[in-house]
Design a protein around this ligand. Structure first.
Ligand code: NAD
Length: 458
């Protein structure tokens, strides 16, 4: 889309927003229902597109992409009335007689920029929150899975009025043009580097941003954990979507006393699950560039186990590296693929301080049977969110706000948190007129000061 047309699109959305139609609860619910019906009607087309892009199976497309969206839409429909109600709060003595309220109000015209790894879910989850909160939306899905981007644009642009919700396809150039426009909110999912570009562009107009970024998320395997369960859940979480998951366990910190047993069980589990890393059960690496980037991360000297490579189909097998240190190449950037480096520690204090030296991760997983260890890791490490004795699954609970901290992001969403992310909390003091104490008006005196201090209790 030409930059001139983008200007017009935003102007049209601003005009529509100013009619107040998108604020009506009935309108919001109707649009959410429409979105759900469009998604349902286009499931086959989405399956085909996402399979063409990186061979994601129907099962994965439903469970990792669509199921979460259907749950989000249903929750928003059933709770939007409650979420958007003004909330009465206490009024302090100094303002007597008055009532105080918080009105959640939509921000206006919002830009949502998606990432490629879960291209449907990461595009629509923020959109659902934006619509529920009463905004208008322009969505720019990732251009990398091109067939998926195309079907997203077709589904939406054929069924929604562009002045309310529109999809703009494109890569860096289009996104750059979009970022030059004035938005009321920008919601970005993607890498730390592009997150900085988005933040800088938003600053020009003081536009509020949510940045859902990535990073290196650790998994602690402690000596008190149920190792069999830990290994099963870790393997599932790491190799889901071939490791191309923002909250995948990036690397393992394992207690030295169980290192050998852990590595052996890990290898056995991967061998046992071999069928899951082949053909229609597995996901391709998104493109050749990433395939090569991942291959270069493998240090042959530290290789513990690797499955079979199928480069022509861009299938990258699970790879385990051991005796890894924080200085190794594989520890210098987010892996975003099925390579699992294992670092050994002698005591938990040492492990925590080593992880603390890295930027704050998006997720952290603690496998342990010991309460004190669990609490130490949760209390002492800063991370976006995570799980105890599991991986990934915290994302599925919409009562848990999802987002990063520090380098892994700004802000959060899902469920009510998503609604709040796309709302402004407007505070209003509603004062009665039957009493207007003269104390706040001049002339001031020591007596008045005394009364003020008495009211305040200082
Ligand atoms: P990316 O930053 O390359 O791209 C994200 C979006 O930004 C795309 O829509 C792309 O078109 C646009 N973009 C790319 N370069 C740009 C530029 N120079 N200027 C303006 N826009 C630009 O990220 P990606 O490769 O799609 O996704 C992978 C990253 O996203 C990983 O770091 C991963 O951890 C992170 N991620 C985070 C979450 C989360 O919820 N926190 C979810 C998925 C992925």
């Amino acid at each position: 889309m030409q930059s001139q047309n983008l200007h017009q699109l935003v102007a049209d959305q601003n005009s529509f927003f100013n009619t107040n139609s998108s604020k009506e609860i009935g309108f919001r619910i109707k649009q959410l229902k429409l979105l759900k019906s469009i998604l349902k009607a286009n499931e086959e087309a989405m399956n085909a597109a996402i399979y063409a892009d990186f061979k994601k199976s129907k099962f994965d497309t439903f469970t990792n992409e669509l199921a979460l969206l259907y749950l989000d839409i249903d929750e928003a429909i059933s709770k939007v009335r409650k979420w958007s109600k003004r909330k009465r709060v206490r009024t302090n003595m100094i303002n007597f007689p008055a009532k105080s309220f918080i009105y959640p109000e939509p921000l206006g015209t919002c830009l949502v920029i998606g990432a490629w790894n879960y291209p449907i879910q990461l595009s629509f989850a923020p959109v659902i929150a934006a619509i529920a909160a009463g905004n208008t939306v322009v969505l720019k899905p990732s251009e990398v899975p091109s067939a998926t981007s195309e079907i997203i644009a077709k589904m939406i642009n054929d069924n929604f009025d562009a002045s309310f919700f529109h999809v703009v396809e494109g890569g860096v150039e289009v996104t750059t043009n979009l970022l030059e426009l004035k938005w009321d909110k920008i919601f970005f999912t993607g890498s730390v580097n592009v997150g900085k570009i988005v933040y800088k562009a938003a600053a020009q107009n003081l536009t509020p941003v949510t940045l859902e970024l990535g990073g290196k998320s650790p998994a602690f395997i402690t000596k008190s954990c149920n190792l069999d369960v830990a290994v099963k859940r870790l393997v599932w979480g790491k190799f889901l979507n071939a490791g191309q998951t923002c909250i995948a366990p990036d690397y393992v910190m394992v207690d030295a006393s169980i290192k050998d047993e852990f590595l052996e069980k890990l290898k056995q589990r991967i061998i046992e699950m071999d069928f899951a890393f082949k053909n229609e059960n597995y996901v391709q690496i998104i493109n050749d560039k990433n395939y090569q980037r991942l291959k270069e991360m493998i240090d042959e000297e530290k290789l513990y186990y690797q499955g079979d490579f199928d480069e022509s189909n861009r299938y990258f097998p699970p790879v385990i590296m051991h005796d890894v240190t924080f200085e190794d190449d594989v520890m210098q950037e987010e892996i975003f693929g099925p390579i699992l480096p294992v670092i050994t520690y002698d005591n938990i204090s040492e492990a925590i301080s080593a992880v603390k030296k890295l930027p704050k991760p998006l997720a952290c997983y603690v496998f342990t049977g010991q309460r004190s260890v669990k609490h130490r890791i949760i209390d002492e490490l800063s991370f976006g969110g995570g799980a105890v004795n599991d991986a990934i699954m915290h994302i599925v609970n919409s009562n848990l706000p999802f987002g990063g901290v520090g380098n892994s992001g700004i802000g959060n969403y899902h469920g009510k948190a998503g609604f709040d992310t796309f709302s402004h909390q407007k505070s209003v003091l509603d004062k009665a007129t039957w009493l207007d104490p003269s104390i706040k008006y001049p002339p001031y005196s020591l007596k008045k000061l005394k009364i003020i201090r008495w009211i305040m209790g200082v």
